[in-house]
Design a protein around this ligand. Structure first.
Ligand SMILES: COc1nc(N)nc2c1ncn2[C@H]1C[C@H](O)[C@@H](COP(=O)(O)OP(=O)(O)OP(=O)(O)O)O1
Length: 230
């Protein structure tokens, strides 16, 4: 039986892969759910450059809030369509326009909880999805500009070793590939190895603002226990 002590807010049978920071875990009152979807094709990863609103100027996967009455799986499909099509008008009404946006066989690949200080009283829980193919036409919208980046999926062990060696320095993100970590959310590089190596993961990051910039204060990421016969 695993004896790992999980950070508050995380659940499941998980084995720690990477952790760091020494502050107490931050308190929060409730959780708000979001989705983020990543499309791979051959050796490329599709990211979106956020042109306005929350996260403007950053590259990210395609996603948004989970609406009331919606499952994260449903929200992930809706947000993926809406993010890359100007013709997908009824985002909030969830009325699917078959010809618009892109469809992908999204697979849930991880859960990432984060808390900000100073920040809202809630924790953000992002359900992460990936797909190795898609159908439809990519379009730049007034919110997102889709862009492909080359990736060379590492083995989980080599990727995590690289991240672990860099993370303690709390400075530059490691050069896992041509992924533009410097223009992404602080901390994405901690869990990207799991995404790239298609390893289901669960993790938490606490951020504390320094000079107006969110900095990693404490983090923990784990994976389901490996089968000893694998
Ligand atoms: C550390 O912070 C974050 N990291 C990462 N990787 N992703 C984040 C972070 N904070 C927010 N996000 C993601 C979560 C969502 O995918 C989007 C934000 O979605 P948004 O608030 O724009 O949600 P929508 O439903 O699209 O909102 P509106 O319809 O109101 O524009 O960023």
């Amino acid at each position: 039986m695993s004896s790992t002590i999980l950070p508050p807010g995380l659940q499941g049978d998980l084995q720690e892969v990477i952790s760091g920071g020494s502050t107490d875990w931050l308190d929060y009152q409730f959780v708000k759910f979001y989705t983020n979807a990543y499309i791979f094709q051959d050796d490329k990863l599709l990211l979106g450059y956020k042109k306005r609103g929350f996260g403007v100027g950053k590259y990210n996967g395609f996603g948004g809030k989970v609406d009331p009455g919606e499952t994260p799986d449903q929200a992930a499909v809706r947000e993926l369509k809406a993010s890359v099509s100007n013709r997908y008008i009824n985002k909030r009404l969830k009325r699917t326009q078959e010809e618009a946006g892109i469809d992908a066989p999204l697979q849930h690949c991880g859960t990432f909880l984060f808390v900000m200080k100073p920040g809202p009283e809630w924790a953000f829980q992002i359900e992460l999805y990936r797909a190795d193919t898609y159908s439809g036409t990519l379009e730049e919208t007034d919110e997102m500009r889709p862009q492909w980046f080359s990736v060379s999926p590492p083995s989980l062990d080599s990727a995590v070793a690289e991240v672990a060696s860099k993370a303690e320095e709390l400075s530059e993100a490691p050069a896992l590939s041509s992924i533009p970590f410097a223009s992404m959310w602080e901390g994405d590089y901690l869990w990207f190895p799991f995404l790239l190596s298609n390893q289901h993961f669960t993790g938490r990051v606490d951020f504390e603002e320094v000079d107006g910039v969110p900095r990693l204060a404490r983090w923990w990421f784990g994976v389901p226990p490996r089968n000893p016969t694998d």
